[in-house]
Design a protein around this ligand. Structure first.
Ligand SMILES: O=C1O[C@H](COP(=O)(O)O)[C@@H](O)[C@H](O)[C@H]1O
Length: 315
């Protein structure tokens, strides 16, 4: 396949001259002082990115350098001609992982964000072979609003997805929105700890944080993931599994969010980003032209960026 492919290589260590550099005045005003609290074994040093094109899509694959433990995490960037194609491939990717984990361990633990990701999951409900009763469904972040509120990530997922598939209600872990943000975060963390004890949720051997099978994440135009915003101190959280936010720059201000150590202990992470409005943040995350939370995301086994063409227009 590679022979019929267009191949382009970008070396992260020496950026192409036609692309804005870190100090370029046209670069987005992303903070430069963000540090990530990824577990030590997930600390990565990206060496290069290869972009391959076939008739249907571009496929780029980033191989990270070895982690401290010598294990190689696989990074891929998949670029699709249209959001429709992206949605089809995202459904296949998720269904394949569901199949693998349901066979291997009898359950599939899946985490979703809110936002535009949910629309891109629409093709999943059409996949006939998924063993839905074995799914356990979580949110990487949630707004502290009633479940019927327009801002609720639960409502978004329920209306578009959960109401259409037979995941047992007992396997859907929504937050207790009657609590304060702080108490709701504690409550969710307690729930995760209980699921670890009962064997529903495994724990990463290298980090001690819960290890979800798949995390499906969106990214905001400012490069935020979950409710971890650029320059916010929570990006540095090292101990808590779930944290509260009371000063979210994007309304509503009260939220709860998984922390980076939890996100980055996942077996697989799919970062799904569409639209030209996010191209600068994609560039910042992948080419390190700015410090954005999305650039701190990693996975223990595989991280895949699903991008449409407008979102990768600055790569
Ligand atoms: O506030 C949030 O925003 C992000 C990104 O949303 P998008 O609509 O720009 O894709 C989302 O991933 C997060 O879950 C949500 O709470």
């Amino acid at each position: 396949m590679a022979s019929s492919c267009f191949l382009r290589q970008i070396l992260f260590s020496s950026l192409p001259t036609n692309l804005p550099s870190r100090s370029d005045p046209l670069s987005p005003p992303f903070p430069k002082n963000l540090t990530c609290s990824a577990p030590s074994t997930a600390s990565l040093s990206i060496s290069s990115i290869e972009i391959l094109t076939n008739s249907r899509r571009k496929l780029s694959e980033v191989r990270s350098m070895a982690t401290e433990k010598g294990k190689q995490e696989k990074k891929k960037v998949e670029i699709f001609d249209t959001e429709e194609n992206l949605a089809v491939e995202l459904a296949k990717y998720t269904a394949d992982l569901s199949d693998k984990y349901c066979k291997e361990k009898g359950a599939f633990t899946v985490v979703v964000s809110g936002g535009s990701l949910i629309k891109s999951l629409r093709k999943l409900v059409e996949v006939g072979s998924i063993d839905w009763p074995r799914w356990h469904f979580f949110w990487v972040d949630e707004r502290v609003v009633p479940k019927h509120h327009e801002d609720s990530n639960y409502k978004l997922a329920y209306d578009a997805f959960l109401s259409k598939v037979p995941i047992p209600p007992g396997n859907v872990y929504a937050i207790n929105e009657s609590l304060s943000a702080e108490a709701a975060a504690e409550d969710y963390e307690t729930c995760l700890k209980h699921l670890v004890k009962t064997g529903v949720l495994r724990v990463s051997e290298s980090t001690g944080f819960p290890k979800f099978d798949l995390m499906l994440l969106g990214m905001g135009p400012d490069g935020h993931v979950a409710s971890l915003f650029p320059g916010h101190g929570l990006c540095d959280e090292k101990k808590r599994w779930v944290a509260s936010v009371t000063d979210s720059p994007k309304p509503p201000s009260e939220r709860i969010t998984f922390t980076f150590p939890v996100i980055n202990s996942s077996a697989c992470v799919a970062l799904v980003v569409c639209g030209s409005g996010k191209a600068e943040a994609v560039e910042a995350a992948l080419k390190k032209t700015g410090d954005v939370p999305a650039g701190c995301v990693s996975a223990e086994e595989e991280l895949v960026w699903f991008l449409d063409k407008p979102a990768c227009s600055k790569l």
